[in-house]
Design a protein. Structure first.
Lengths: 162, 159
């Protein structure tokens, strides 16, 4: 399976079902990597609503990679524009979701989605792009490191109850 | 206030088949995230039901479950392999091991593996082995911690 028939474009309403499946798989993977990311009971409903809101939000971009030959959504990336307020550059693009179907991995599709997202983010005025993912995700570690990403913030946690 | 039911580890029974199929689905869905060669069939949900039933029927397959009250929260499937040319001719190979995320970090996997080692002894297998995707650091850390060491390497390339 080559990348020849893959097209990257903005997500549309018609893609909702297919993209929701991919995002749900991403959240389930996070749960497998760390029980602190245990998914909610109505995950599918929550994901669908999240994507519907994303489509209506001017500061959010969702791109899909479609395998036109098989008419299948092979991957998705979502980012939001955030104003950092106190720091320059003010506008950052935060990658909130990136997922490629397992049988389409190792074909640089993830890289292609990130590059297209960066192009779009740049056009929208973002000066910096960041990504946040669970600390135990070594797949993401090596992927983003290879693309030149470097640590920026630290997020620590502990349970609230004693 | 109620106490959580204790976890028991036992051989799987026919009545466990539905719970087992669910866990097998999650095992295969998780593994495919590590390498495209582990990509599953499109009708995985259906296929695991048959896989679970077959594993229970197969005399050379050992299926153990970890149960909490009435629900199955973890499982292990192992198969006996034989090589007459080796002094230690029988190996029990753990093919699948999965514990639900909310029950992790509680020693359940260790209980399952220990029971598998007992079964290996009963079958006069001198070695217990386990296979998992190379990129699965969680599995690697777990098995090293309970005394496994690297043994065989399988490299792959698309044909």
């Amino acid at each position: 399976m080559s990348l020849e028939s893959i097209v990257v474009r903005r997500m549309s309403e018609g893609d909702l079902e297919a993209v929701a499946e991919l995002i749900a798989r991403l959240k389930s993977l996070n749960e497998e990597l760390d029980p602190n990311f245990k998914v909610v009971e109505d995950l599918d409903k929550v994901v669908r609503e999240y994507l519907e809101r994303s489509l209506k939000n001017d500061r959010v971009v969702v791109l899909v990679a479609e395998d036109e030959g098989n008419r299948l959504i092979a991957g998705v990336i979502r980012f939001e524009l955030v104003d950092r307020l106190f720091y320059e550059p003010r506008l950052k693009a935060v990658i909130t979701d990136l997922y490629v179907r397992p049988q389409y991995r190792r074909k640089r599709l993830g890289r292609l989605l990130v590059e297209k997202a960066l192009d779009e983010a740049r056009r929208m005025g973002a000066g910096i792009v960041t990504v946040v993912y669970p600390a135990g995700n070594r797949i993401a570690d090596s992927f983003y490191t290879k693309m030149g990403f470097v640590e920026l913030n630290k997020e620590l946690y502990r349970p609230c109850k004693e | 206030m109620y106490a959580e039911p204790a976890i028991t580890v036992r051989r799987a029974m026919d009545s466990d088949v539905a719970g087992l199929a669910e866990l097998m689905y999650r095992f295969y869905a998780f593994n495919e995230e590590f390498d495209p060669s582990w990509a599953t069939v499109r009708n995985l949900r259906e296929a695991v039901k048959e896989h679970a039933a077959e594993a229970l029927r197969d005399p050379s397959s050992i299926v153990l479950v970890a149960a909490s009250g009435n629900s199955v929260i973890g499982y292990l499937r192992a198969a006996l392999e034989e090589n007459r040319l080796l002094a230690s001719s029988r190996t029990l190979v753990i093919k699948e091991l999965y514990v639900k995320p909310e029950h992790r970090r509680a020693g359940v996997a260790t209980l399952l593996v220990n029971k598998a080692v007992d079964e290996a002894r009963k079958l006069r297998a001198g070695l217990v082995a386990v296979e998992f995707p190379s990129a699965n650091k969680i599995a690697e850390d777990l098995y090293l911690k309970i005394g496994f060491r690297p043994y065989l390497v399988r490299y792959v390339k698309e044909a």
